[in-house]
Design a protein around this ligand. Sequence first.
Ligand SMILES: Nc1nc2c(ncn2[C@@H]2O[C@H](COP(=O)(O)OP(=O)(O)OP(=O)(O)O)[C@@H](O)[C@H]2O)c(=O)[nH]1
Ligand SMILES: [Mg+2]
Length: 233
Amino acid sequence: MITVALIGNPNVGKTELFNRLTGLKQHVGNWPGVTVEKKTGKCTYKGEALEIVDLPGTYSLTTHAIDELIARDYIVKENPDVVVDIVDGTNLERNLYLTLLLLELEANVLVALNQWDIVKERGIDIEVDKLSELLGVPIVTTVAPTGDGVEKLKEVVVKAAKGKEKRRKVVLGYGDDIEALIKKVENEISKDTSLSSKYPLRWLAIKVLEKDDEVLKMIEDSPYRDKIMEMVR
Ligand SMILES: Nc1nc2c(ncn2[C@@H]2O[C@H](COP(=O)(O)OP(=O)(O)OP(=O)(O)O)[C@@H](O)[C@H]2O)c(=O)[nH]1
Ligand SMILES: [Mg+2]
């Protein structure tokens, strides 16, 4: 079974795409402990079974909103095989912020460039191949209400799930000073294997420097806590 998480900004076409992918094979419940709706569904592609999880719509992945935290926790802790980032092609710049956060999380991301019909209609020029190369992720253009591109999306999802190891890692740089600091914090955190085996090291280090509540809580329990916190003061 290949697990696939759908994520995207609000109103990008997530529900339409989820319905297209899963047809009637859906289950609606709640995320554990909260009243936020959790939808899961199944589909197959050429004999491969896919389990699709619809994450709450979100612009960001901070800990400040329950929706964002649910989405992020799911990706970090459940490690879905593939994360499909649904991007509104008519709002590329705003939507790509979430894409970059997902890359920082080292998720196995691929982009569904949705609303492709409107992109065409408005004559918006997007160089899909170039964007795909820049981000280091596959991109499939889709029109959720008609189902255009959805078969292709499944094909690319299956491919991405199998080729996980071979992905080019795209790193967003923060400039020399901050990069040096990130490296130092990474070094210290790497000594705590209970953390470094579970989460991407660079992501942890960046979150420590951002004073992210959840990650600081994890650091609290680390035997290397004092050394790590000393660096970020
Ligand atoms: N033309 C066009 N309309 C689309 C496309 N995808 C979604 N829509 C429309 O955009 C609106 C929002 O789609 P939803 O699927 O509800 O979006 P969502 O991301 O689930 O939205 P929230 O759950 O509210 O965050 C609906 O009216 C859809 O019919 C697309 O590719 N092309
Ligand atoms: Mg929706």
